[in-house]
Design a protein around this ligand. Sequence first.
Ligand SMILES: Cc1cc2nc3c(=O)[nH]c(=O)nc-3n(C[C@H](O)[C@H](O)[C@H](O)COP(=O)(O)OP(=O)(O)OC[C@H]3O[C@@H](n4cnc5c(N)ncnc54)[C@H](O)[C@@H]3O)c2cc1C
Ligand code: HEM
Length: 402
Amino acid sequence: MPFDPAVIRASFAVVERRADHMAKYFYAHLFARNPGVRAFFPAQMTEQRDRFFAALTQIVLRMENPEQLTGYLRALGRDHRKFQAAPEHYPAVGASLIAALRHFSGHSWTPEIEKAWTEAYTVIARTMTGAASGVPPEVPAWWEAEVATRRRAAADIVVLTLMPMRPYPFVPGQYLTLSSPRVPKVWRPYSIANAPRSDGTLDVHVRRVPGGLLSTALVDDAAPGELLRLGHPLGDAVLDPHSRRPLLAVAAGTGWGQTRALLEQLAAGPADRDVTVVLAARSQAEQYDLPAVERLLARCARLRVLPTAPARGEGRDDADADAPVRDALARYGHWSGWDVHLSGPPGLAPSLTALLTELGADPALIRHDPAPVTFNRARPLTSSEWFLDQRDVPWINRTDLG
Ligand SMILES: Cc1cc2nc3c(=O)[nH]c(=O)nc-3n(C[C@H](O)[C@H](O)[C@H](O)COP(=O)(O)OP(=O)(O)OC[C@H]3O[C@@H](n4cnc5c(N)ncnc54)[C@H](O)[C@@H]3O)c2cc1C
Ligand code: HEM
């Protein structure tokens, strides 16, 4: 590597706790100097601010491991085709990144640090743009897909059946990113909830998140006939094609969609594995798609499904919402030698991985999707950070923005 990762890490540590402010500064700088770039981004930028700097954290963390770093950047670069990011945009992003880092580093910024960041960004940008330009021309940046049907599965959950306009190859267990013209430029991940079908359709199970930009539009408004955009299939929480080990799947909420895709794939093959599914819902009323569960049970002799939901009045807060799942896992098995798939909200995998390991599961056999990348805000703020946090970047020097 042309730059010293230790210099980057040390300088990132200086600015990391001010990342929220730095991100605002970065985008203000980028859009002030390159007004045309604003149109690529969604109207509401809060989430994206978080993700850009969370991605930088990932990059800085991976610098000691160039192979991992390259894999991450190549995937990010290929995915940026759907945002219509082109090579000519990268220098502008780099200049604003360095400006933001410089601004928030204060006196600790040195020519040596600036050189290291410039070199690091050159490698990052070259890897991302190289991966994007290496995608074969016949592979689209996104797929148009029509909403074929929409079914309300529970009060806050709809199942959308989508018909991509051109073949959309994927492996059961993968997820896709979805965008709707109802909330332009906003992309969010959703699991594909079926094994590939002969008619090419695919399902997504969407739960409305209160105040959520895309989930609200999909659950409340998406109608048959309208077009959505699909990003490339992503994720490697798929079945190990060589495994004949028994399989435990824990599916919580709309995580059932991903598990259903895996079960459909298993049902199409020989019945040579024991499969246990722990099906968790926040309440009995939210235990949805049960006819599909029945059909799979009828097709798979070696499948057992354990539905769990908090009794009425329980599970109101997150601390005990997954208690029934934990009880079922502890009651029904010792999981040594089992493949394990976990699908559900982001907190599920870390908490159940710890429990299942105690119950004998091999962590190397546990698969799940990556948690969305956000900052770790777990460390309490110091009093000066708290003070700074209350301000909405009044210290941005407008003359700096050019
Ligand atoms: C790999 C992966 C697979 C996913 N699969 C599915 C799926 O199959 N079905 C599905 O419904 N969702 C799934 N999600 C979640 C989905 O991508 C969106 O995060 C969710 O729909 C909210 O998006 P939004 O635009 O409506 O909310 P945003 O506008 O992004 O968020 C609004 C507010 O809600 C909070 N928030 C965001 N997501 C959640 C959440 N899940 N629970 C509680 N609060 C939240 C945000 O922090 C923010 O404060 C998946 C996420 C990942 C990372
Ligand atoms: C080092 C360079 C870059 C890094 C590390 C980076 C990182 C990211 C990340 C992590 C995301 C979120 C992806 C997701 O949630 O799926 C994102 C989204 C996005 N990026 Fe980049 N990016 C870079 C360069 C660029 C450039 C040059 C453009 C040019 C326009 C761009 C435009 C976008 C857009 C439009 C989005 C979507 C915004 C949203 O969903 O809110 N990025 N970027």
